[in-house]
Design a protein around this ligand. Structure first.
Ligand SMILES: Cc1cc2nc3c(=O)[nH]c(=O)nc-3n(C[C@H](O)[C@H](O)[C@H](O)COP(=O)(O)O)c2cc1C
Length: 329
């Protein structure tokens, strides 16, 4: 069965991608993911804050040293030995590219358009097959309009686009007033794909300590519905690729995402829960589902998107009214 799928211009052997998480920093895990069928991997993010902090530290150290005693430079290890987080990340990309044959996507995570974006060029030089640009900041500034917030996303993408030639996927949150319009703007600014959606830590209140409680619980299957709806609405309306992210625990979620029109389907929580070998479980399950119906991914992809489904209203408001009014306890 031919499972090949296109994503960001790559011909992938199937539609399953291991999304960003610390699991993918380890070369052994990357090899295991490839052996178990992953068609591409996304490295965990390098953050704007990390890049900027290291740049500031370096400038401060060199500046302070140079002013007081020139020989102070000798106190620091030569740059080749100095393994900062950003340098380590670049080394990981190169090592990952040598370790596996599937595309290795680097993840750049930031919140504003500034000098740190030059680092994207280094990601490409280190061998990143593509860049996943994860932009997120809370629109908590009450003086900033939705358009101003969206402008910031577009500006960041434009700056990264100007820095690299490899494909760029933008990973976004679902919290936009008009997601489709924003995606069209981002596509026009050079996005080759979208990862829908990012999943965030949300603070909780710990009633025992009366402090905020921080954790990132792993996702559950029921969480596929927000991305499922939006991919269904967007499928066939953009040139950019669509990657589904959130809630993929079994092959059933993979099939559902393909049916509404995802080009590829990503998974993190299930891999963290069950290990890299779970990729094989998803792949075998997908193949079994398709085999049983004698179809390939290309034949099911988008068959249940809003544009092609018999009841497009199911994606929209009409269905919501029907469900609320039809509820019986
Ligand atoms: C422990 C953990 C670490 C993550 N690290 C990153 C990251 O560095 N960059 C990123 O874009 N997403 C990160 N994510 C988000 C995942 O890539 C993914 O989008 C999200 O977990 C939803 O997919 P899932 O339901 O399959 O877990 C992380 C998620 C988890 C659980």
């Amino acid at each position: 069965m031919d499972l090949t799928s296109r994503y960001l211009g790559f011909n992938l052997r199937n539609p399953l991608v291991a999304s960003a998480s610390p699991l993918n920093l380890d070369l052994g895990n990357l090899r295991a993911l490839e052996d178990h069928g992953a068609a591409a991997v996304v490295l965990p993010s390098i953050f704007q804050e990390q890049i900027e902090r290291e740049e500031e530290d370096r400038e401060r150290m060199l500046g302070a040293g140079a002013e007081s005693f020139p020989e102070a430079l000798g106190y620091f290890p030569p740059s080749a030995e100095y393994r900062s987080g950003t340098e380590h990340y670049l080394a990981t990309i190169s090592a990952a590219r040598r370790a596996v044959d599937i595309p290795v996507i680097a993840s750049l995570n930031g919140a504003s358009e500034a000098g740190w974006i030059d680092y994207a060029r280094l990601l490409q030089q280190a061998g990143a097959s593509a860049i996943e640009l994860n932009v997120f900041f809370l629109a908590s500034d009450l003086t900033r309009s939705a358009t101003q917030v969206e402008d910031a996303y577009v500006a960041i993408l434009r700056a990264v686009r100007a820095a690299v030639t490899v494909p760029i996927a933008v990973k976004l949150s679902p919290f936009f007033t008009a997601p489709g319009h924003l995606l069209r703007r981002l596509e026009a600014a050079g996005a080759d794909g979208f990862v829908l959606f990012n999943r965030f830590y949300q603070p909780d209140v710990d009633l025992a300590s009366l402090r905020l409680h921080y954790e990132v619980p792993l996702s559950a299957k029921a969480e596929i519905r927000v991305p499922l709806r939006w991919i269904g609405i967007l499928a066939g309306k953009l040139r950019a690729s669509l990657a589904a992210s959130t809630g993929v625990e079994t092959a059933e979620e993979v099939v559902k995402y393909l049916l509404v029109g995802a080009d590829v389907v990503m998974t993190t929580s299930a891999l963290l829960r069950h290990g890299p070998a779970h990729m094989r479980v998803l792949l075998d399950g997908l193949r079994a589902w398709l085999d049983a119906r004698g179809v390939g991914p290309a034949e099911i992809r988008g068959r249940m998107s809003e544009a092609r489904v018999r009841d497009p209203a199911a994606f929209e408001r009409a269905n919501y009214i029907r469900i609320l009014q039809g509820w019986q306890g």
